[in-house]
Design a protein around this ligand. Structure first.
Ligand code: NAD
Length: 499
């Protein structure tokens, strides 16, 4: 019997009342392991009411105390790490080792948010005029919300709620309905760490819950991560309702391999970044761009056996390179893209579509696929596939290689592999993409820098985590004060200046 999941509102587990449920699968076996309630507008409203009532006292709690809750939370996540990683791997499909990485990259943002007493400091100018001092302060927005994707069910919720809560906001999290258990577990750990009820609420659901969040007048800001069409929708509707909104979308990340690159390192990097987590990462490398025919031939020669020998296994296997895809529908979608690539004339060198795992015949597995001779006009190049499929686009020159990611509609991450400092520097400076790696295939910035793509990979002005997260979750107030010693007699009718 599948477990029935719940919402987490006002510090308590709350049964769903909409009568609508979604199935939560274990991709490695294909079984339905749980049913998740899909919230109605009224259920979202109940979470907002709880958040709204709890938020002023939390904002008035001094920042060091707020930070201590996060410190305790880090300890509790470490205590329950194996349990969290096991659940995450089962619901998502990634391996347990990769699930631990998912949790850890989230925790690193919690560590950053612990610096909140310092991060929220304002500015002060003494003597800006006679007896006049000016200061600025950062204040929380109130109730804010986060809508997160299936592919990092621990990391991205933490990227959202840790800085928001540290700033003194109350938070409504709407995690992916495909793997909602870990976000629920994290919310309970925040309570155990001492967070007051109502400050972190988890509302499970689909479009109905998302629309309720976007239309709720008491939610001041929304942070979203997911596919580009939904990111654009959330951005447009949230902004139309007067909210502060930031939305991070899909990607097509290129890796340029220059003729002077260390080819073994480049191949190792491509295998890990292209096929890790079955390619279901927004920073996965899905396009390799070797420069020059010789580089391309050598790359292909080395890649083929590596792709053919990838170890695909159940998420709980310590030996697997990657596990199943998230759902049967997504598996089919990825296989359809491979068929489309063949139709479009790309050369399929390794075909993993027929892979079957003995003993796990109902799981959502496929092997790695490798395409050569992909060209920019093909849909498999233009669109995000989000699976274990790597496309090789051959470039004749460095200039052509630089143009490919720069002109692509997505602009999340990009990498260049070279030993030449001058080329690397030129590339980092000129490429029209938000996050760049030099001999680093997945250039996800660390927690104290900001994360965000360009072009249709992101909508809104501020990035996630790092200093931008504090800007996103606070508003600035500027106070100008004058004391009687600075006041001249008489009314002033002309606008005061510093002339
Ligand atoms: P998704 O867009 O299907 O879902 C994301 C969220 O939106 C979920 O919470 C979902 O319930 C909600 N949603 C889905 N359909 C909706 C609709 N019609 N109306 C309103 N809300 C809706 O994305 P996904 O499949 O969960 O995640 C994979 C995608 O996320 C990929 O495109 C990947 O590149 C992207 N991603 C981007 C980043 C980044 O930082 N740029 C990070 C991780 C994932």
């Amino acid at each position: 019997m599948a477990d029935e999941l719940y919402h987490f509102i006002g510090g308590k587990r709350v049964k769903g009342t909409s009568g609508r449920f979604g199935d939560v699968y274990w991709p490695m076996t294909g079984e339905v392991a749980a049913r998740v309630p899909l919230a109605s507008k009224e259920e979202v409203r109940a979470a907002v009411e709880n958040a709204k009532a709890a938020q002023p006292a939390w904002a008035a709690t001094n920042p060091q105390r707020r930070a201590r809750v996060l410190m305790k939370f880090i300890e509790l996540v470490a205590r329950d790490n194996d349990k969290l990683a096991d659940k995450l791997a089962r619901e998502h499909g990634k391996t347990i080792a990769d699930a631990k990485g998912d949790i850890q990259r989230g925790i690193e943002v919690v560590e950053f948010a612990i610096g909140i007493p310092h991060l929220m400091k304002g500015e002060f100018t003494e003597g800006a005029g006679p007896g006049i001092d000016i200061y600025s302060m950062r204040q929380p927005l109130g109730v804010v919300a986060g809508i997160t994707p299936f592919n990092f069910p621990a990391m991205i919720p933490m990227w959202k709620f840790a800085p928001a809560i540290a700033c003194g906001n109350a938070f409504i999290l709407k995690p992916s309905e495909r793997d909602p258990s870990v976000p629920l577990m994290l919310a309970e750990l925040m309570m155990e760490a001492g967070l007051p009820p109502g400050i972190l609420n988890v509302v499970n659901g689909d479009k109905e819950a998302v629309d309720a969040i976007l239309d709720d007048p008491d939610i001041a800001a929304v942070g979203f991560v997911g596919s580009t069409p939904i990111a654009e929708y959330v951005y447009t509707r949230g902004c139309a309702n007067g909210k502060r909104v930031q939305c991070f979308g899909g990607a097509k990340n290129h890796m340029i391999i220059m003729p002077d690159a260390d080819m073994n390192q480049a191949v190792d990097a491509l295998i890990g970044a292209g096929y890790g987590s079955a390619g279901e990462r927004c920073m996965a490398v899905s396009v390799a761009v070797p420069v020059g025919e010789k580089t391309a031939d050598l790359l292909i020669e080395k890649l083929i056996p590596r792709v053919e020998n990838l170890k695909i296994g159940p998420s709980t296997s310590p030996d697997a390179d990657f596990g199943p895809l998230v759902t049967k529908e997504h598996l089919q979608r990825v296989k359809d893209y491979v068929a489309l690539g063949v139709q479009e004339g790309a050369k399929l060198l390794v075909d993993g579509r027929n892979f079957k795992l003995q003993g796990y015949e109902n799981g959502f597995y496929m092997g790695g696929c490798l395409f050569d001779e992909v060209t920019p006009n093909m849909r498999i190049y233009k669109e995000e596939i989000f699976g274990p499929v790597l496309s090789v686009v051959r470039a004749k020159t460095y200039e052509e290689a630089l143009r490919l990611p720069s002109e692509h509609e997505y602009g999340n991450g990009v990498a260049i592999f070279t030993r030449d400092g001058d080329t690397a520097r030129d590339f980092a400076s000129k490429v029209n993409v938000g996050m760049v790696g030099i001999n680093v295939p997945i250039p996800v910035p660390l927690a104290y820098y900001t994360f965000g793509g360009w072009k249709r990979s992101a909508f809104g002005d501020l990035n996630q985590h790092g200093p931008d997260s504090i800007r996103f979750y606070t508003k600035t107030k500027t106070v100008t004060s004058r004391w009687p010693s600075g006041v001249k007699e008489g009314a002033e009718f002309v606008i005061p200046t510093m002339k």
